[in-house]
Design a protein around this ligand. Structure first.
Ligand code: NAP
Length: 506
């Protein structure tokens, strides 16, 4: 079977990128990696090789950071006015929109995500992100303040603050929503006037590389955006340690995030860390089960469970426990599993076979520690990295399966008796990324919102994100925020000015 046979129905753009060697993108040009090494990536729905990915090394990292530094300090970019950056960002957004089909196909090919989601989330949301952040380019402001200075009562002062771009950003992204993650990192960089070296995950570099081409087409000056591909522990680590990098914007696992923080902190680098989660979904006694049951099912099975905010711990009031778990299991059993490119699929493969095996070992570990299998628990007989949507019950709150992020379609379900108890149990994890409550009671919402330690609390929905809302985690789920004004300002440095004022009387 040839690649062409399998992917005949794809757009010409997507087809033209399959089965090729990729390059890295530095200073506005594509080039071969210094190492002359490549690694292969495969389509997780069938195991076929998709291409050979350039394996960059320290030499390439040095070049990319130097290009980003030069563009930041002495190029057309640093002289560009905010409205001009805004115009470039809007042009880039239009180009993503024009190429949305190709981008969503490329995303689905390497990540296994459903094509309808890669279209609506990765491609379309990337367009909205750029348009939203483009508007901020012209609105980054400081303050003016009348100063009191009580120890100099006979003098008057005027205070002001100014925000400036932070500098060179190293942006490192995971594989679960690759284009969207890249654009969430790129947009505030462009809006504030920073420059960037992007490092996509090994398995899913296609769309970030295509994004680099579109940056060129949009007219973004050379060196502002650079993309290097390669292995995280080599090029990712080299970027984090690089003295030419001012800020690290990282999304990925808590383990890698902590390693990055340990390197960055003594170097006094700024960092934003968007890390893992084990988010609770709480269905209260008064919940509308007609929306709560499908809500809980898709909170975990959406994107095949490979979602940082996946609702992987379900807490149901004891009155509804049997009905809710049966309802979620019924949905799980009827989910249509198939290739992401098939429009009728409701759940695609996991990102690669090694990840599928890791998820399976977590399921087995749960079963060995006494869990009951309500549904799923098996791989699918196929060359793809498929796994059945799985529900485990009868685990304790502190079992490894209830505590560790599985990052696959695996739900652990518990019952609870009262609100105070469920808030304690929702918090009894090292993570704090998201949490949802399903209820009609305002007092319950208020105490859940106040009591649960998580960066985002959803009420009668789960995982609805918006560009205007800051997104970030508490505890082991991260440091700092992306998106919204907070995500933008995290790419600026703040300077204060104090001016003595000599009024006429003086
Ligand atoms: P990961 O292993 O931490 O990798 C993430 C990125 O870091 C990849 O580009 C990886 O490169 C790179 N990397 C690996 N080791 C590195 C090092 N020592 N120094 C610098 N970079 C390094 O995470 P993943 O398994 O790809 O992604 C899944 C995780 O991401 C989950 O925990 C999920 O919850 C989290 N996530 C969080 C959010 C959020 O917003 N909070 C969003 C999405 C995903 P390679 O690919 O080459 O290894």
């Amino acid at each position: 079977m040839t690649l062409a046979n399998n992917y005949e129905h794809l757009s010409a753009g997507a087809k033209s990128r399959i089965g090729k060697r990729t390059q890295i993108f530095i200073n506005g040009e594509f080039r071969d990696p210094h190492s002359e090494k490549y690694f292969s990536i495969a389509d997780p729905s069938n195991g076929l090789e998709l291409g050979q990915i350039a394996q960059a090394d320290q030499f390439d990292v040095d070049l990319a950071v130097a290009a980003a530094r030069k563009a930041f300090e002495d190029s057309a970019w640093s002289r560009m006015r905010p409205y001009q950056r805004e115009a470039l960002m809007l042009r880039l957004a239009d180009l993503i929109a024009e190429n949305a089909q190709e981008l969503s196909e490329l995303e689905t090919l390497s990540s296994g995500r459903l094509i309808r989601n890669t279209r609506a989330f990765d491609a379309d949301l990337s367009v909205y992100t750029l348009r939203y952040m483009a508007g901020w380019s012209t609105k980054i402001s400081g303050k003016t303040l009348d100063l009191s200075v009580p120890y100099l009562p006979d003098q008057k002062f005027f205070g002001f603050t100014k925000r400036s771009p932070l500098g060179v950003v190293a942006a490192i992204t995971p594989w679960n929503v690759p284009l969207c993650q890249a654009v969430w990192k790129l947009a505030p960089v462009l809006a504030t006037g920073c420059t960037v070296v992007l490092k996509p995950a090994e398995q899913t570099p296609f769309t970030t590389l295509r994004l680099a081409e579109l940056c060129n087409e949009a007219g973004i000056p050379p060196g502002v955006v650079n993309v290097i591909t390669g292995l995280g522990h080599e090029v990712g680590a080299a970027l984090v340690e690089h003295p030419g990098v001012d800020k690290i914007s990282f999304t990925g696992s808590t383990e890698t995030g902590k390693r990055i923080a340990a390197i960055a902190a003594p170097l006094m680098k700024k960092y934003t860390l968007e890390l893992g989660g084990k988010s609770p979904v709480v269905i209260a006694e008064d919940a509308d089960l007609n929306i709560a049951i499908p809500g809980a099912a898709w909170a975990i099975f959406g994107n095949h469970g490979q979602n940082c905010c996946a609702g992987s711990r379900l807490y149901v009031h004891e009155r509804h426990y049997a009905e809710v778990t049966a309802g979620v299991a019924e949905i799980a059993r009827t989910i249509k599993i198939g290739p992401g490119l098939d429009l009728s699929s409701q759940m695609g493969p996991l990102v690669h076979h090694a990840h599928r095996d890791k998820v399976m070992s977590m399921i087995h570990q749960g079963l060995e520690s006494g869990a009951e299998l309500l549904c799923g628990g098996e791989t699918i007989n196929s060359p793809g990295a498929y796994i059945q949507p799985t529900i485990l019950t009868d685990l304790t709150n502190n079992s490894i399966t209830s505590q560790k992020e599985i990052f696959g379609p695996v739900l652990t379900a518990f019952s609870f008796k009262d609100d105070r108890e469920v808030i304690q149990r929702a918090n009894a994890t090292s993570f704090g990324l998201g949490a949802s409550i399903w209820t009609k009671n305002v007092d319950r919402i208020t105490s859940f919102f106040g009591g649960v330690k998580a960066g985002t609390i959803w009420i009668n929905n789960h995982n609805v994100l918006d560009l205007s809302l800051p997104f970030g985690g508490m505890k082991d789920s991260g440091a700092g925020h992306e998106l919204g004004e907070e995500g933008l300002l995290a790419h600026t440095s703040l300077k204060a000015g104090v001016m003595r004022v000599f009024d006429q009387a003086e």
